[in-house]
Design a protein around this ligand. Structure first.
Ligand code: HEM
Length: 488
């Protein structure tokens, strides 16, 4: 082993000491990481607001940080972020969300559990989409709102039942979009976000009360949510922290799935070939293999896998490749020699941060041809390639790894696929930019200033949605029930 002290690693310099990298980070986090990689190599240090951060960009190092074999790292950055979102006292998130609720969340969203969630979820997605086209107003709406509101309402009511305050979407999005401000309230006063959080917590508080008063009266579909409310209540937190933990949970549940699904539609709407080929695949599989959307959604959840829907599966992986920068931040809790590959240990000190930057792996041009392009069938082509094994997955999972790997990943994939299938089967969606020009061939752009797991899409895309002309005639009781009194 070669032992390297963190002091001897290349150091990123900034023209404005102390605050310099913070400004660059909030301006363009991914650009900063890319410039640093090119200039300083695959292991370097930088100072962020007085904290020493060691960045590791090579594959072996990324994997080792995620695995944390020496057990010397914590994900305290994520904890701090969730504390800021929920407005809760320190340790509450570690103790309740990552402690008491963690096992329950893992169980509630596993592949096995999805079959219990599926009937209510699929029904709610169809209802939400249909309610959007009910009035046939044809007014354009923001793409992010079309996707976001539909998923937020469908998933929340699936999990917590019909009493969940569904009118909280706008406040939730306001909190979600202002996380950096909530994290640095002194540099950027977050007035709007604190107001939205206050409204949201008030409604969540009333909901928790309501549920608790009638914990046995909730419908079966709300069982997972009921168990979450029960565990939260049993933690005996002050009301403000209780509501804050539920808000932090909702952020984990919704924020990333909403954004990836928005990216997915943005990419398809800008690529007519991809859109029509995936729509054809969905129609073909439903009509020839299952007979109806009902039958597809009543069959085992694995039916939505890549065997039946290879193009849809590939397009979703490709969306995640481009929209989820695999950058994971860990704090060192005990001084140690951290092995970043078979030959090198870095001496890390308590309080330093280790960052695993997998961007060059998932987004790098030496791994993916035309790496900046959205190629909906990229992973199908890899599957049929000779060295298929290498390419069927992304080099770094967009859901992280090790003990902090995403607990909702199976459900997230199911949720996004159901949304895509229902949307492409039942709706016509056309997109335009804020200036009214067609989205055709317009590459969706990211706003890279907000360092969250999924990049924000620059929100200039509007959609018009209407019913797919044929959908009244589909052999589907799920649709006929909902369509019954709707005009075509
Ligand atoms: C496309 C959607 C999603 C993406 C891309 C995503 C991504 C991630 C990533 C990258 C992490 C690890 C962060 C780190 O290691 O620093 C994570 C953690 C987590 N995710 Fe997700 N996630 C998604 C959806 C969900 C859903 C639907 C849930 C359901 C509740 C969920 C629950 C969690 C939880 C509880 C953790 C914390 C795990 C821990 O620290 O022990 N996620 N997610």
């Amino acid at each position: 082993f070669c032992k390297i002290s963190s002091q001897s690693l290349p150091v990123v310099t900034s023209s404005v000491p102390w605050i310099g990298t913070v400004i660059e980070l909030f301006n363009d986090a991914l650009g900063l990481l890319q410039r640093n990689r090119e200039r300083y190599g695959s292991v370097y240090t930088m100072s962020i607001a007085g904290h020493q951060v060691i960045v590791v960009c090579h594959r072996e190092g990324v994997v080792r940080i995620m695995r944390d074999a020496p057990k010397c790292l914590t994900n305290s950055f994520n904890t701090r972020m969730l504390e800021a979102v929920g407005g809760v006292k320190s340790n509450t998130i570690t103790h309740v969300l990552f402690g008491k609720l963690s096992g329950l969340i893992t169980r509630s969203f596993s592949t096995r559990a999805i079959s219990k969630l599926a009937p209510a979820y699929t029904q709610r997605v169809v209802e939400e989409m249909m309610s959007l086209v009910k009035g046939q107003t044809r007014q354009p709406i923001h793409l992010s709102q079309f996707v976001g509101e539909c998923l937020y309402r469908a998933v929340s009511s699936m999990l917590f039942g019909p009493r969940f305050p569904l009118d909280t979407y706008a406040d939730f999005m306001c909190v979600d979009s202002q996380i950096p401000r909530l994290l640095s309230p002194i540099l950027f006063p977050p007035r709007q976000a604190t107001r939205a959080r206050k409204n949201l917590k008030k409604k969540l508080g009333a909901f928790i009360h309501d549920c608790w008063d009638d914990i046995h009266g909730l419908p079966d579909a709300a069982l997972a949510g009921t168990a979450i409310i029960r565990t939260l209540r049993e933690a005996a937190l002050p009301p403000c922290d209780e509501q804050g933990v539920l808000l932090a949970f909702l952020l984990g549940l919704h924020a990333n799935s909403l954004r990836v699904t928005t990216w997915f539609l943005a990419f398809l709407l800008s690529d007519q070939v991809a859109l029509s080929r995936i729509r054809e695949e969905i129609d073909h599989v439903i009509d020839t293999e299952f007979g109806s959307l009902d039958a597809l959604f009543s069959s085992p959840v694995q039916s939505l896998g890549k065997e039946n829907f290879p193009l849809l599966d590939s397009a979703l992986k490709e969306t995640m490749r481009l929209s989820v920068p695999p950058v994971f931040m860990r704090a060192v809790k005990v001084e140690t020699n951290f092995p970043i590959d078979d030959a090198t240990n870095i001496t890390v000190k308590r309080g330093q941060y280790l960052v695993a930057d997998g961007c060059s792996l998932n987004m790098g041009h030496d791994i993916f041809e035309d790496s900046n392009e959205f190629r909906y069938d990229r992973f199908v082509q890899f599957d049929s390639h000779e060295d298929a094994e290498k390419h069927t997955h992304l080099p770094v999972s967009p859901f992280g790894g090790g003990i902090h790997a995403c607990k909702g990943q199976d459900f997230a994939v199911y949720e996004m696929k159901v949304f895509a299938i229902v949307c492409l089967r039942l709706l016509n969606v056309t997109a335009e930019t804020s200036t009214g020009t067609s989205m055709h061939q317009v590459h969706p752009k990211a706003n890279t200033s907000i360092p969250t797991p999924v990049m924000y899409l620059e929100d200039g895309i509007f959609v018009r949605v209407s019913k797919h002309v044929d959908c009244m005639y589909l052999n589907d009781s799920i649709i006929n029930r909902i369509f019954f009194d709707l005009p075509i």
